[in-house]
Design a protein around this ligand. Sequence first.
Ligand code: TXA
Ligand code: MG
Length: 332
Amino acid sequence: MLRCGVDQIAEAAEAIKSGKLVAFPTETVYGLGADAFNPQAVAAIYAAKGRPGDNPLILHIADPADFNNLAENPPQYTKKLIEKFWPGALTLVVKKKPNLPAWLGGHPSGQTETIGIRIPANPIAQAIIKASGCVVAAPSANTAGRPSPTTAQHVLDDFASELGIAVIDGGSVNLGIESAVVDATGETPVILRPGQVTADMIQAATGINLTHQANQTHEKPRSPGMKYRHYAPKAPMTILKGTSENIAAYIKQDKNICILTINDSLPQIQNKINLGNNPEEIAQNLYAALRKCDKLGVTEIYAQAVAEEGLGIAIMDRMLKAAEGRMIHVGQ
Ligand code: TXA
Ligand code: MG
């Protein structure tokens, strides 16, 4: 693992240029990056993660001009979104230029018509992308199905045996939950994956109203990643919705059970991890807490539900996936 400095940025950029994989911090979660135009390198990302081949990768760029080299006739509203939210946690899915490789953005054995693009706001990520001169394909740097990594150690925990992967340590990420993925191929944009940039933020900054794509679990969701088991800790997890009193009364106290609390609102419970006192803190801590439960070896996890508004929508999306949809309304 390399603590990030100028030398490490140059080294990481060289590695990407020469077709290797590099894990680096973004403002949302750590990414596992490679030259998006190098089919062997991109195939190596899929192999290292154990990622299904039909799940495309986000292309990371450092210069907004690259968006215009990749996107075919992007709708007018993308201009506004880019102006207000890039660099940042907003991925725009657009039609790709016909002169680009048919597979670009996905697994080299397949074909894609659209590509997801974003400029990350993390200065280390930006410096690596710039120095490499590449468009950098980077999914979250976890093995498929695991919680996304918010520290370099999380990346090492998942890829300990992959000696070829350099990991750039930029400390804990700022945000903790991934970018919002927005379909920008139609007349109006649609949120395919809720994320750090919320529909409310977009509405307030641009006046654009976004809808959330309903029912992401059917066979062919427009953001293929949404149909897979995701973000999951090793122990089964259940979300509890209800008042603190009802949740406290429901929970059996046992050293093998861990409760993820909100606002430290369950003082009577002992085995717990407090996720935070507001949605920003909860987003920052959620994945680390799930990974901590794995380390503790607990056999059951319960998590207090958060209100589904603003960033809470993305948090509940991730929690529900980690819990494979299990949610119990207690005391109602
Ligand atoms: O914050 C983030 O977005 C992080 C950092 C590293 O940038 N990346 C990330 O990548 O979360 P990943 O691969 O774990 O998730 C990407 C999501 C998946 O749900 C994928 O299906 C969707 O974006 N996606 C990517 N390209 C797409 C496309 N062309 N059309 C629809 N969905 C796409
Ligand atoms: Mg991911």
